[in-house]
Design a protein around this ligand. Structure first.
Ligand SMILES: [Zn+2]
Length: 159
């Protein structure tokens, strides 16, 4: 009895983590669209409760920009597009325009993940369709780490 309850809780936590990780892809794309192409992932932490995405930006992010990022991510969620993953040679992946992390070492074969309108290399586990994320909400700007006033992270979560 205790074991099955624990298993259920773990499954739920895992499902929440998958939703938050999936939302991170959409957040990455929205950040680049709203703030600029210079936004690149410098770090990330995904848990069952939230996702954090660290990036460098040359100005404070405004409340209006946060609202626009949320709107774009939620529009992707509402579109409920199916997620696809394809394994292909790295050169073919580059030709798809998939986002790659600068300085990251990739193998000969990579996994190209398309979620919503985002295409990125990722070997992780994702929702089957964007609608499974449910809803994306950023923390209010005041709750962002202080460092973000000059440069850093965007945080949000799938609810
Ligand atoms: Zn992923």
């Amino acid at each position: 009895m205790g074991d099955s309850v624990t298993a259920k809780v773990n499954q739920e936590a895992r499902a929440r983590t998958v939703r938050n990780h999936s939302a991170t892809h959409l957040m990455h794309k929205a950040l680049r669209e709203v703030l600029g192409d210079h936004v690149q992932q410098k770090g990330s932490e995904v848990t069952a409760d939230r996702t954090r995405f660290d990036f460098a930006h040359n100005a404070p992010v405004t409340d209006a920009q946060i609202t626009e990022i949320e709107r774009r991510v939620n529009a992707e969620i509402l579109a409920n597009a199916p997620t696809t993953a394809r394994v292909m040679p790295i050169e073919a992946a580059k030709a798809t325009g998939a986002m790659m992390l600068f300085g990251e070492k990739y193998g000969e074969e990579v996994r190209v993940l398309s979620i919503g309108t985002s295409t990125e290399l990722c070997g992780g586990t994702h929702v089957k369709a964007t609608g499974d994320i449910g809803l994306f909400k950023s923390w209010p700007r005041a709750a962002w780490p202080l460092a973000c006033a000059a440069s850093k992270p965007s945080q949000g979560r799938a609810l």
